[in-house]
Write a protein that binds this ligand. Structure first.
Ligand SMILES: Cc1cc2nc3c(=O)[nH]c(=O)nc-3n(C[C@H](O)[C@H](O)[C@H](O)COP(=O)(O)OP(=O)(O)OC[C@H]3O[C@@H](n4cnc5c(N)ncnc54)[C@H](O)[C@@H]3O)c2cc1C
Length: 456
């Protein structure tokens, strides 16, 4: 049996929008495992192997390891970055510090690899567990009525107990949830990113070392950082370079990148960086805009029959290295709350999901901002001496990495749901548990900092 952990049917019908994303798929797998009945709708007509490097922290590794009792983890392992640590360098190549990988320090491993290849493994596993995925289904509209919600897709009206908008940074579901269209703002940064095979680098003495095994190196300069990894025993190379960007972000946010533009920024850096850039096949390079959004006041509709998940709810900066992991945690918590609440209390489950997830997620988002500032605003004339204190190292907070989102959700659900029913978060939240609840958009309080879009 592919999914020995699958629980008996709950009768809860869930429509999830977004199967080419990590968040929607994780939610589908978790809902299926908890006995809910799931249909996933995706606008892409076929599975695509998209993107480049992506990271799953130990908090997501814990989720992955449970899927199929280790089956998914076994499939990921051969294509996962398998290194002993990272080397951080100043832009000129001088070594700043070394960081060992944390292995099983937090109870489960990290998984870093090609987003599209990882996604394909999750996609196939979801189908094997019985999730119904319908491709070529572009959701045109979200709707909600007392006691039910649904979508209009290809002219057809579909309904369920709950609709999950896992439809990414350009989410359409957000409008139903918020009651207005929120606009992105320029962040002043963009990321050049690429993934290619290493044959040409193997021929160059400056980069040959990267092709002998898996490696991870970062170079840091004023307002720029450059991270390079070699994977699959050095056969594949990925690098990302976060840089200042003054271009308009009106419509498109991913453009073909130009090697000459990258060299204008890092052309006088460590010769290893220069070689990496010059030997990058130009057609693999993209320039990915990072735009800001104001934090959403809520992730759930007034009736709590429609909710947002993953980037649709909370886009992350790549420097948080948590975007995909937090999207996964969302799915786990939502599925567990639905299971704990039962079919007659779907709105209570959805409110509990938001309560359990919101602040933790904001805290993880803020790490992306502090990491970026630590890296970009360092005093590079003194960084080599100062770094002995370890200030540039990536933080590895136990509250983030040791967290078991499933166990925690079942543990706190009874109290959180009781507090919601008791009106602790505002009397407008009490409502009718089997039908529509009136709830103001301001019920979740959050510090008003910005959210970054497109993530780690
Ligand atoms: C093409 C692509 C490439 C990416 N590459 C990287 C990468 O290399 N590295 C990295 O760290 N992060 C990458 N990301 C971002 C990363 O996947 C997310 O930050 C994170 O995994 C959370 O994902 P998500 O599922 O919330 O959203 P997303 O990954 O954005 O997925 C949203 C899904 O919803 C679908 N969708 C949207 N609107 C509709 C609609 N109206 N009807 C039906 N379906 C709809 C989209 O097609 C997509 O499949 C990429 C995202 C995308 C979409």
């Amino acid at each position: 049996m592919v999914c020995p952990e699958q629980l008996p049917p709950t009768g809860i019908q869930v429509i999830i929008v977004g199967a080419e994303g990590i968040g929607g798929l994780a939610c589908a797998i978790e809902c299926q495992n908890k006995g809910h009945s799931v249909i996933v709708l995706e606008k892409f007509p076929k599975l695509e192997i998209l993107g480049d490097i992506i990271s799953f922290g130990p908090n997501a590794g814990r989720i992955i390891e449970r899927w199929g009792n280790g089956l998914v983890a076994d499939r990921l392992r051969p294509i996962t970055l398998n290194h002993t640590g990272s080397t951080w360098r100043r832009f000129d190549g001088a070594e700043i510090t070394k960081m060992r990988t944390h292995g099983l320090k937090f109870g489960s491993p990290m998984y870093n690899g090609h987003r599209g290849e990882f996604h394909e493994i999750f996609f196939n596993f979801a189908k094997e567990t019985g999730v119904e995925i319908r491709l070529g289904q572009r959701v045109e509209e979200y709707w909600e009525e007392p006691g039910k919600a649904g979508v209009i897709v290809n002219g057809q009206r579909m309904e369920a107990d709950l609709v999950v908008g896992a439809d990414g940074v350009r989410s359409k579901a957000r409008k139903l949830v918020l009651g207005y269209d929120d606009k992105p703002h320029s962040s002043g940064y963009a990321v050049w990113r690429t993934w290619f095979t290493s044959e040409e680098l193997a021929k160059d003495p400056l980069t040959e070392w990267m092709t002998k095994g898996d490696t991870h190196t970062g170079w840091f300069g004023p307002d720029v950082h450059f991270l390079a990894a070699s994977l699959k025993q050095g056969k594949d190379i990925s690098w990302v370079c976060t840089h200042e960007d003054k271009a308009d972000i009106e419509e498109s946010w991913s453009f073909p990148g130009k090697i000459e533009d990258v060299l204008k920024v890092v052309g006088d850096w460590d010769p290893v960086v220069q070689t990496l850039v010059k030997k990058t096949p130009p057609d693999t390079l993209v320039d990915w805009k990072l735009v800001y959004r104001d934090p959403l006041p809520t992730w759930i509709s007034k009736g709590a029959r429609t909710c947002l998940l993953g980037d649709a709810a909370h886009p992350f900066l790549p420097t948080s290295i948590q975007g995909a992991s937090q999207a996964m945690e969302d799915g786990v918590v939502l599925a567990a709350c639905l299971h704990a609440a039962g079919k007659d209390r779907v709105p209570l489950a959805v409110r509990s999901y938001e309560r359990i997830r919101y602040e933790r997620c904001r805290r993880a988002q803020r790490l992306g901002e502090t990491n970026r500032d630590t890296w970009h605003k360092a005093d590079f004339s003194t960084v080599l001496e100062k770094e002995k204190a370890g200030g540039m190292k990536l933080p590895t907070p136990p509250w983030l990495f040791s967290h078991d989102s499933e166990t925690n959700a079942y543990r706190v659900f009874p109290q959180v749901s009781k507090d919601i029913l008791a009106g602790k978060y505002g009397s407008e939240e009490i409502g009718n548990q089997t039908g529509i609840c009136e709830k103001k958009l301001t019920t979740v309080s959050a510090p008003v900092t910005k959210q970054a879009e497109v993530g780690a």
